[in-house]
Design a protein around this ligand. Structure first.
Ligand code: PLP
Length: 461
């Protein structure tokens, strides 16, 4: 559409943000033990820590919030949400939760068994934490192209490697695999999409061996948009036709509505299996709240009911995915090594190629997070040696992950391209001076290794 390349919205309310000096930022970084999670948000200029719960809501969402029905049981807002979820997911049974990890917890409680494998493309950290606590083995079987940050050829780098999945069935027996979880899009390697063909193939193989399939669907609409624009046969389908087909291949879906729900809080557990639903209801009552609110207020359910519809608008999705690509293109122009193609919700900078002289055990991507905050007050997040590092269960020796990146998340409908230019310029300058940076040392980690990035402390070397 000629001339129609700008945002498909205009700004009605603004939230001031603070400009700060480098000296101030160096002090705050020291106080935060060089962990971006411990910075005060008011001291951040452009916040790209996460795309979770940071969306700007629309006029229609704010209006819907006023109509929230706060009845304990059977509130109208639940039924509005249920109708919207059925429309987008094509599944009937809807249990709200207070956020995605609660749905993860319910899902893991129902599907995970101690000593058995949970196969995925790349499991999200909160599911991994839940699985770890329950004694299941989460294994990541993303295709090998998904781990190659330098090649931008493959259109669906979030796909599951079917051969690896088959090999695990052959070697261990299908009864040793308790669940398959397909995360759409695949956050851990760049917000990379999973193709419909792959979802279908994984589901067929799982079904043949009676292994249940779950879709972790925090970014369902972004994934559907990539299917529409990259996969043959889908160009003329609507986003909802695509989401409904995606979910037709699974038994259950979990969702953190803090992403593609376009709201600030909330989650969903959705299923087509009644036995599973009844179990989920009981777990929700114990841990979340009654079935018809599950930890959400009526007004939050109203906002989510509207957000799920808005996120399926193809004009919104086109703007969204192109804004992320805009940042990726600005970075590439300056030679900054990023994961290509850019995914749905952020740009991932390759820490190893950015700082080739900093070994992985000295946390190159974490160093980059600190450098970016120092330089421009921009907060990103490490997804590398700290977040994805693990330990050998027998020897306790560290295991370093295949991917070493810094994620710059782009919040939905929040920042303008001028903000993204600030990030590109600052990273370009850091890249020019990259030889002057040294690594870091991890001096504190919490008890659950897979979640240590939230609480870790570092020192500069
Ligand atoms: C964010 C997220 C979760 C956890 O959801 P919260 O709402 O943060 O609790 C689980 N899975 C995926 C893929 C996510 O992106």
């Amino acid at each position: 559409m000629k001339y129609m390349s700008a945002e498909p919205f205009r700004i009605k309310v603004v939230e001031p943000i603070k400009k700060t000096t480098k000296e101030e930022r160096l002090g705050w970084l020291r106080e935060a033990n060089y962990n971006a999670f411990k910075l005060r948000a008011e001291n951040v200029y452009v916040d790209c820590l996460t795309d979770s719960g940071t969306s700007a809501m629309s006029t229609n969402q704010w209006a819907a919030m006023m109509t929230g029905d706060e009845s304990y049981a059977g509130c109208k807002s639940f039924y509005n949400l249920e109708e919207s979820v059925r429309d987008v997911f094509g599944m009937e049974m809807v249990q709200p939760t207070h956020q995605g990890r609660a749905a993860d917890y319910i899902m893991a409680s129902i599907y995970c068994e101690p000593g058995k494998y949970a196969v995925g493309n790349m499991h999200f950290d909160t599911f991994r934490g839940n699985a770890e606590v329950m004694g299941a083995y989460p294994v990541d079987y993303v295709i090998k192209e998904g781990l190659d940050t330098s090649s931008g050829e493959h259109p669906f780098k979030g796909n599951i490697d079917i051969d690896k999945f088959q090999k695990l069935i052959d070697e261990k027996g299908a009864d040793q695999i308790c669940v398959v979880i397909i995360t759409v899009t695949c956050n851990n390697n760049g917000g990379q999409p999973v193709s419909m063909a792959n979802i279908k193939a994984v589901s067929e193989l799982a079904k043949k061996h009676k292994i249940p399939v779950v879709i972790d669907s925090a970014r369902l609409a972004e994934n559907a948009y990539f299917i529409k624009t990259r996969e043959e046969g889908y160009e003329d389908k609507s986003i909802k036709e695509i989401t409904r087909e995606m979910f037709s291949y699974c038994e259950t879906a979990t969702m953190s509505s803090k992403k593609d729900g376009l709201v600030n809080i909330g989650g969903l557990f959705v299923t087509r299996n009644e036995d599973i639903f009844l179990k989920a209801n009981q777990l929700a009552i114990v841990h979340e709240g009654f079935i018809t609110y599950g930890g959400m207020s009526g007004r939050d359910m109203e906002a989510l009911a509207v957000g799920l519809q808005e996120v399926c608008d193809v004009q919104y999705l086109e703007y969204r995915v192109n804004q992320v690509k805009y940042l990726g293109d600005r970075l590439k122009e300056q030679g900054v090594p990023i994961v290509e193609p850019t995914g749905g919700h952020g740009v991932y900078v390759d820490g190893r190629r950015f700082f080739p002289h900093i070994p992985q055990h000295e946390f190159p991507s974490q160093r980059l997070v600190c450098a970016l905050y120092e330089e421009a007050g921009v907060r990103a997040v490490e997804l590398g040696a700290c977040a994805f590092g693990s330990k050998d269960p027998e020897t306790g020796d560290p295991i370093w992950p295949a991917l070493e990146t810094m994620r710059i998340s782009v919040s939905r409908r929040v920042y303008t391209n001028n903000h993204l230019d600030v990030i590109a310029e600052a990273l370009g300058d850091i890249y020019k001076n990259r030889d002057s940076y040294k690594g870091m040392k991890l001096v504190y980690e919490g008890p659950i290794v897979s979640l240590r990035h939230f609480t870790a402390g570092f020192e500069l070397l």
